[in-house]
Design a protein around this ligand. Sequence first.
Ligand code: NIG
Ligand code: FE
Length: 412
Amino acid sequence: MAILFKNIKELLQVRSSPLSYVSGLEMGKLPTIKNAFLVIDQELIVNYGTMDECPKGTFAEVIDASGKMILPSWCDSHTHIVYAGNREKEFVDRIKGLSYQDIAKKGGGILNSAKTLQATSENDLYNQSKVRLEEVIKLGTGAVEIKSGYGLTVEAELKMLRVIKRLNENYPIDIKATFLGAHAIPSKYKENRKAYINLLINELMPKIEKEQLANYVDVFCETGYFSTEETQLILKAGKKYGLIPKIHVNQFTAIGGVQVGVAHNALSVDHLEELRNEDIDCLKNTNTMPVALPSCSYFLSIPYTPARRIIDAGLPLALASDYNPGSTPSGNMNFVVSSACIKMKMTPEEAINAATINGAYAMGLEKQVGSISIGKQANIILTKPINSYQVIPYSFGNPLIEKIYLKGKDIH
Ligand code: NIG
Ligand code: FE
């Protein structure tokens, strides 16, 4: 039975005609309806408009949203929520002066997380990960992408992907899975990188396809991790197994990862903290979504992705959390949106677009989520009473959420 929300102070991100994403100047426009109503039925959004057109029929529930706003749930297109243990010791090492790269060179970083994960049972990994998934759901995330990449062996990578699949089956949130076996070269293969890449391509990819465990393929294309040539090999192979590229590029150094992503029709290129003009030019007139991860910049004290240069060049931009144990132990999308405004000089309109419709596109879910549109999933955030939607990024760190609905269900 349907639920009616009435007297909504402002209904945000209302899109009556379907669109895939917004770019450039369009990112600065956030369509809203003031004094609105919204009807959701079963899993879907079925009607909305201004209060003077509010339907009179009978509803299972009528919610008076006076003073409150409704927006689509956040779409977090880049996370590593499935992991084992934490890396707070490395956090302290960084406070004392070591860099992220110094720690990785000493066998810490991704290899450290892989060691812990390999020794963790699938059940335990599921139980640790579901706590984080529940946490981000409560923070208003309604669709999420989750990567493997802390396994780095055939068994452990499959274990991660099976956990992602189980989470997707057991929770009402939409989850897209990404195979990130190329996250780091395991110590065992240090002198024989080719053998590890062969294992990813020839052993893991066929198994992943057979069990239908992933939608996307990712590579950490970075100095000290995977070269552009290696990235190309992996993306090309991924395509054969039906895996679309979504890749980590330009986090610490610009080595041509954006160009590789675009050449392989990547759905998104993520991080982009170090961005050359030629990288921006290469993204023009493509279907590849640039994705910024400001919580990662905050936590590692590295530069923020130059959002202004990207948007002012007419490009789209999505925002995601990068929730992971090493560079971003947080999946708070409200904090991401705030940081984008405060540190990257995005306007609230741009940041909300980037964290909803553009995030949905960056995980292939733009037809299902990311805006208030008839026929889309009823994934919504009902805010506490707020003065204007600018308060959403302004009030960083203070959750303004009163209620969350996922596929039409009130989530406690
Ligand atoms: O996106 N940059 C690569 N991967 C993660 C961090 C991995 C880790 O430190 O565990 C990221 O920041
Ligand atoms: Fe990441």
